[in-house]
Design a protein around this ligand. Structure first.
Ligand SMILES: *Cc1c(COP(=O)(O)O)cnc(C)c1O
Length: 395
């Protein structure tokens, strides 16, 4: 079969760091993907929470085509209009002040960590500052991002990792308090842990951590790479809690398919941290990705995406809750908006593989969680279709 040919070629030339699902995807339309044999899949993964607008959005696609014909790349030695517009729209959406564009989420984390270290260094001239991160967190795979990722399996072979990082328990304020000292420069966490198994921060935890940070001028870094960009029904997940970070990281749905991330900070942090020469990137924030980000914010506003997510998210919540009451193999249901998870007592990998056969794309999180991060433009009928297919798989 043609498909096998491509799969075999992939396995002989592409470094084997993923155990891929046996499917060769070809094109997408709306909230559906099609493989090269024409089989149709309902997409409840959105390329890992990236394709918030689904596939084939005419307005988005046209703006990228126009930008390609105008100007793709210039470097950061010059100004360009689309990226300035994109930065303005991010700042307006989060009420923060300064943006640095990156090419990925991992790089946004790197930049956030450097910002925190430079902020502390500017204050006391020391380089021995500590960062507190959370167990079961995920922030990326580079050495710096891995240094704050609380997953022994990902970290093990690459130790020692840079910096002094201590790990607290997510949603356990005392465990954070016990690690804070005069050397702590930042506390980093996801507002909703994604890869770790879809665990939202509890309100008392997030407000408690914020208070510690404010009292001691420690920077709160919230990683919104997966849970941000409307996924919870708020543009950024922290907005529901009213806990504003000092630095926020963003990526995944920020460009809805083009590789772009950002770290965003308050003016106070910007003034006390990175200066010309401290950080840079060749590609980051080029006109092409700038046009994409700018258009994403326009479409989110036009289509009232956050309101739509609130409505559909609630419906998904009800349906998954119902499913949980019907199936013994579902041990827990967590999440909000369109980032939800079902914790299973049966192997989740087998469930997602079988779902694929039924024409449903689902991904996993942690070792035992089925993760639901569909395009934000799904409708109730798609939730119903997903539930129907999932029931077939579970039966
Ligand atoms: C995906 C993810 C990252 C890493 O982003 P990449 O674009 O893969 O580098 C970091 N943090 C969180 C919370 C993520 O979900």
């Amino acid at each position: 079969m043609e498909k096998d040919k491509w799969m075999n070629q992939a396995e002989s030339h592409i470094l084997h760091t993923y155990n891929r699902y046996p499917v060769v995807l070809d094109h997408g339309e709306g909230v559906y993907l099609y493989d090269m044999e024409g089989k149709k899949y309902l997409d409840f993964a959105a390329g890992i929470a990236v394709q918030a607008l689904g596939y084939g959005n005419v307005e988005y696609n046209q703006s990228l085509k126009d930008q390609i014909d105008k100007l793709l790349h210039t470097s950061n030695l010059y100004y360009n209009q689309p990226t300035v517009e994109a930065a303005e729209k991010i700042c307006a959406a989060c009420g923060m002040d300064r943006v640095f564009f990156t090419n990925s989420g991992t790089e946004a984390i790197e930049g956030a960590l450097k910002t925190a270290k430079k902020y502390a260094y500017t204050k006391d001239g020391c380089t021995d500052h500590e960062i507190i991160a959370m167990n079961h967190s995920f922030h990326g795979r580079s050495m710096g991002a891995l240094s704050v990722t609380g997953n022994a399996h990902y970290r093990g072979p690459f130790e020692p990792l840079p910096g002094i990082v201590k790990f607290a328990e997510f949603n356990d304020l005392d465990s954070v308090k016990s690690l804070v000292n005069d050397k702590t420069c930042a506390i980093i966490m996801e507002t909703i842990q994604g890869e770790g198994g879809i665990y939202p921060a509890e309100e008392s935890f997030l407000t408690g951590v914020k208070q510690i940070c404010q009292e001691r001028d420690i920077l709160l870094i919230l990683d919104e790479i997966q849970c941000g960009m409307g996924r919870t029904g708020h543009m950024f997940a922290w907005q529901e809690y009213g806990v504003k970070p000092d630095i926020m990281t963003c990526a995944k749905a920020l460009g809805c398919g083009v590789p772009v991330g950002a770290f965003v900070m308050t003016e106070k942090v910007a003034e006390g941290s990175l200066k010309p020469g401290d950080h840079g990137t060749t590609y980051g924030g080029n006109p092409f990705v700038g046009a994409a980000v700018s258009k994403v914010f326009d479409i989110f506003a036009e289509q009232k995406i956050t309101e739509h997510v609130k409505e559909i998210g609630e419906y998904l919540q009800e349906q998954l809750e119902q499913l949980k009451s019907e199936y013994d193999c579902i041990a827990a249901h967590r999440g909000k908006g369109l980032i939800q998870g079902l914790e299973l007592t049966i192997p989740v990998g087998e469930v997602s593989t079988k779902a694929l056969k039924e024409g449903l794309i689902l991904i996993t999180a942690g070792s035992n969680v089925l993760r639901f991060v569909p395009p934000l433009v799904i409708e109730k009928e798609h939730v119903d279709e997903m539930i129907l297919k999932l029931k077939k798989v579970l039966a």
